[in-house]
Design a protein around this ligand. Structure first.
Ligand code: NAD
Length: 309
């Protein structure tokens, strides 16, 4: 790859100002410029760093996604066009770990209720048996990659016993038992919190359907920081409405933004956040570090870091 110019697509502004990344990449032996995604603005670029996917990227040589999930990009079309895709897996464990710790603590300590009451200036103490402690409870983390690692560290730090599920059930520090994907039911059966941290791929689409949701404990909470498509959202609404599970903390949804008409907005024991579980002020610096390493590799004839396909 003869790399002379990298575009920073304006879509990264969903997560940080594009100028911040352009600035953080200064001093590289290639030009780095903000682009608006139009074929014109990409004309002299061989590569782009982006949040969204665009048709015009198929004329480039390398696309770097600032997300870990690559469900926006078609492997088939990229391979056909000979375009390399790399992602930003590996940088989200700390932020998502803290997000999940916040979600489980809010649910157990009832802070989602207190915050809602505060907005109405309502002094309302919880029932004697509403609040509980997470220490000694069990969590099942489904997907033990970069996200899973950050989640396991925080949850074990809170005294939670963690089991996990992943495709190859190799042991993972801090995880009492690791189940293979085929034994998902066994993994989730005793968990008070089921935390989803898998990529959205064919095998994980609608993985949490009515059958899997009904295999969870009635007092269990579903935490989804992966992708909305991993859960059958209408089955989830049914499970919440019928009391089949106790509640949920959801950062991702089938349709984003979550439509105003969704019943999830109004449910007492559901915490909704706008797909921002990994947002941190330093995000652009982490992306810059990956891109710098990739440029170094490309210039020595190697492939970009974190190549997906
Ligand atoms: P990763 O590739 O490091 O880890 C994914 C893990 O899931 C791997 O251990 C893999 O073996 C496992 N896995 C795959 N299929 C599975 C299955 N069927 N059953 C059980 N385990 C399975 O990726 P990561 O960085 O940990 O990110 C995981 C996903 O989380 C991303 O693909 C993305 O969609 C999502 N994500 C969301 C946010 C957010 O803002 N909410 C941020 C980062 C990542």
């Amino acid at each position: 790859m003869n790399l002379e110019r990298i575009g920073v697509d304006e879509s990264v502004s969903t997560v940080f100002p594009p100028e911040k990344l352009v600035e953080a990449l200064s001093g590289l032996p290639v030009e780095v410029e903000r682009v608006d995604g139009s074929p014109d603005s990409l004309a002299d670029c061989q590569a782009v760093v982006t949040f969204v996917n665009r048709e015009a990227f198929l004329d480039l040589e390398w696309v770097h996604s600032i997300q870990a999930g690559v469900d926006r990009f078609s492997r088939e079309r990229f391979e056909e066009a000979g375009v390399v895709l790399s992602n930003s897996t590996g940088i989200h464990g700390d932020a998502i770990g803290e997000t999940v710790a916040t979600q489980v603590l809010m649910l157990a300590r009832r802070f989602h209720v207190h915050v809602a009451n505060q907005r109405r200036r309502e002094w309302s103490q919880p029932g004697w048996d509403d609040a509980w402690t997470v220490a000694g409870e069990q969590a099942c983390v489904v997907g033990l990659g970069g996200l899973g690692r950050g989640i396991v560290d925080r949850l074990t730090g809170l005294g939670i016993d963690v089991v996990g599920v992943r495709r190859t059930p190799t042991p993972e520090p801090g995880v009492d038992r690791v189940y293979p994907a085929e034994r998902l039911h066994d993994g989730i059966a005793d968990a008070r919190f089921v935390v989803l941290a898998v990529p959205l791929v064919e095998e994980t689409r609608n993985l949490f359907d009515d059958e899997v949701l009904s295999a969870m404990r009635e007092d269990a909470y579903l935490v989804n920081v992966a992708r909305g498509g991993v859960v059958d959202q209408s089955a989830l609404v049914d499970a919440l409405e019928s009391g089949e599970i106790a509640g949920a903390a959801l950062d991702v949804f089938e349709t984003e933004p979550l439509p105003e008409s969704s019943p999830l907005w109004e449910m007492d024991d559901v915490i909704v956040s706008p797909h921002c579980g990994a947002f941190i002020d330093e995000y652009y610096r982490h992306i810059a570090a990956i891109v710098r390493e990739s440029v170094r590799r490309v210039q020595t004839g190697d492939e970009p870091a974190n190549r997906v396909f």
